[in-house]
Unconditional design. Structure first.
Length: 145
């Protein structure tokens, strides 16, 4: 069974690339694509995905403010980042995000990260994948791993 995904990313080139990667993965189904905070909030209110792939730096709001909305609907959250901004990512994890992937992650890394969320196992490096494609952090609901 494919895990459903809502993607929130403001950069059109990155958004298109990530959407194509998600669509190409047989284990993932893209439910909605949002290009800003308002569209992301609407998508979360009208769709019930398994996973929210979320950019924090949106032009019309802080992506981290979507995390509580996702959590209320029991949606898992993976923050997408261009670089490792420790304070920003730590704040997202404290708000309830399950982890962080770099935006240049491979399809394999994205699929592995989503599968690991539902296996309730920590996400480690993926053999043969670039180090930037690894999950930078992972939380399991109610406990750090």
């Amino acid at each position: 069974m494919a895990h459903t995904v809502v993607l929130v990313e403001d950069d059109p080139r990155i958004r298109e690339r990530l959407a194509a990667l998600i669509t190409a993965n047989a284990n993932l189904k893209l439910l909605a694509i949002a290009g800003n905070f308002v569209e992301g909030r609407t998508a979360l209110k009208t769709q019930t995905p398994d996973v929210l792939l979320l950019d924090l730096g949106l032009p019309d709001g802080d992506g981290a403010d979507l995390i509580p909305l996702a959590l209320r609907a029991n949606v898992r959250v993976i923050v997408m980042s261009v670089f490792n901004n420790g304070a920003r990512l730590d704040a997202a994890l404290k708000a309830g995000a399950d982890g962080c992937l770099f935006k240049d992650s491979s399809p394999r890394a994205i699929g592995h990260a989503v599968a690991a969320l539902f296996a309730e196992s920590p996400i480690h490096g993926i053999p043969g994948d670039a180090p930037r494609g690894e999950m930078a952090a992972h939380r399991s609901r109610g406990r750090d791993v």
